[in-house]
Ligand binder design. Structure first.
Ligand code: AMP
Ligand code: MG
Length: 390
């Protein structure tokens, strides 16, 4: 049995070969940037006005009258330099004429004759955005990460029309269990719906993978072997639901051995998720998750997301928040790390009614999870905890 943090560290040490493709900027949301990129241009590429106003040759704070010698729009060009006693009308974003030292905002001016303007209140700052003030050509503007909307904005501002991104991992999900029916079917006596299949596919998609369902299969070695072999031939990561425990029909370890998948760990000191199985075959991976739905969820959250990030060349950093426990968090046995579904209320967090890893409905109102460590039976109300946001 491995400690979950050691299991996670093992995943984070994996260095699977990264395959890179080029995609249009507009298609890169949620993809992982494959290498650091520099700005090919100074930003802004020229000295520009931060205000609608008047550009002139004197420092901020100047008062008096000036002759207006032209008007420059954003996207326009100065007709020529400005001289002493002169100013040019400029719009926000307009390139500044040579000789400009500062810009007087229009609100603090008044017309005082034909072609004449008076500055009525002293400026404290120059209202000029200098060439390269935001970014200099050659500066690294983006390191590898899962790209967010603002990242695409930054890359667009540098002129990138296409981006090198890691190929999205292909994930195949296989559900096993004689008791399973697919949603939409009639439930026979003793049957339950396969919730793990749809949930795992959705979790993998949400994590940026191309995920598909390889069906639900009865508890037979032959059926599992067929489904797993097909998924393994087509996918970077195969996620199996069920069949990893110690029951009579838990065939995952034996079938994986036959398929040549090397076991990296089996059994984690974590609740839920004790029987979790993880292995690799070359650059492909198999994550075998226990069938109880909360267990499936928590283990994909903890191990699956980390692995998908590694397959794209980055590390997954879960979002956490330091919050105050609203009520005692306690348990009778403390032989494993244990995750509890929780809900935040302002700066507090409370556990939700939850009696075990088959209680999937507990996730409806959960927006985070809190963990207790090995040997920790009680975390009293008022303690600070790191809540992992869902
Ligand atoms: P197993 O890991 O196969 O021993 O299953 C543990 C528990 O999870 C059993 O109660 C199963 O009925 C249930 N279970 C297994 N697979 C699924 C699934 N795909 N969806 C919902 N529950 C499942
Ligand atoms: Mg089963």
């Amino acid at each position: 049995m491995i400690h979950p943090d050691d299991a996670l560290a093992l995943i984070e040490r994996l260095e699977p070969a990264l395959s890179v493709e080029t995609v249009p900027l507009a298609a890169a949301l949620g993809r992982v940037l494959a290498r650091s990129l520099a700005s090919p241009v100074d930003q802004p590429p020229f000295d520009k006005s931060a205000m609608d106003g008047f550009a002139h040759r004197l420092p901020p704070g100047t008062e008096g009258e000036f002759r207006v010698v032209g008007s420059i729009a954003a996207g326009g060009l100065p007709a020529g330099p400005i001289g002493d006693g002169e100013c040019a009308r400029v719009m926000t974003g307009a390139p500044l004429p040579d000789g400009t030292v500062s810009v007087q905002r229009i609100e603090w001016t008044e017309e005082c004759g034909p072609g004449l303007v008076r500055f009525t209140r002293p400026e404290k700052i120059d209202n000029v955005i200098r060439r390269g003030e935001n970014v200099r050509a050659g500066d690294i503007i983006m390191t590898p990460r899962r790209l967010r909307a603002q990242d695409l904005g930054i890359l667009a501002a540098a002129g990138y029309a296409e981006l090198p991104v890691a190929r999205s991992p292909r994930v195949g999900v296989v559900s096993t269990g004689d008791e399973l029916a697919s949603p939409g079917e009639r439930l026979a006596p003793g049957a339950i719906y396969d919730s793990n299949g749809p949930q795992l596919v959705a979790m993998a998609l949400a994590a940026g993978a191309r995920a598909s369902f390889y069906g639900r299969h009865p508890d037979s070695e032959a059926a599992l072997e067929r489904a797993a072999a097909k998924a393994l031939a087509e996918c970077d990561l195969v996620v199996l639901s069920g069949g990893v425990s110690m029951g009579d029909y838990d065939y995952v370890p034996a079938v994986m051995a036959r398929l040549g998948v090397e076991r990296l760990f089996h059994g984690v000191l974590m609740k839920p998720g004790k029987p979790t199985w993880f292995g690799r075959k070359g650059g492909r991976f198999v994550l075998g998750l226990p069938g109880n739905p909360v267990s499936t969820f928590v283990n994909f959250e903890f191990f699956g997301k980390a692995l998908l990030a590694r397959l794209q060349g980055v590390r997954y950093r879960p979002e956490t928040l330091r919050l105050t426990l609203a009520i005692d968090l306690s348990r009778k046995t403390a032989d494993r790390v244990e995750w509890f579904p929780c809900r935040r209320e302002g700066t507090e967090v409370r556990t939700l009614p939850y009696s075990g890893s088959s209680m999937l409905q507990a996730l409806e109102n959960a927006d985070c999870m809190v963990r207790l460590e090995i040997d920790e039976k009680l975390r009293p109300a008022g303690s600070q905890v790191d809540a992992r946001l869902l």
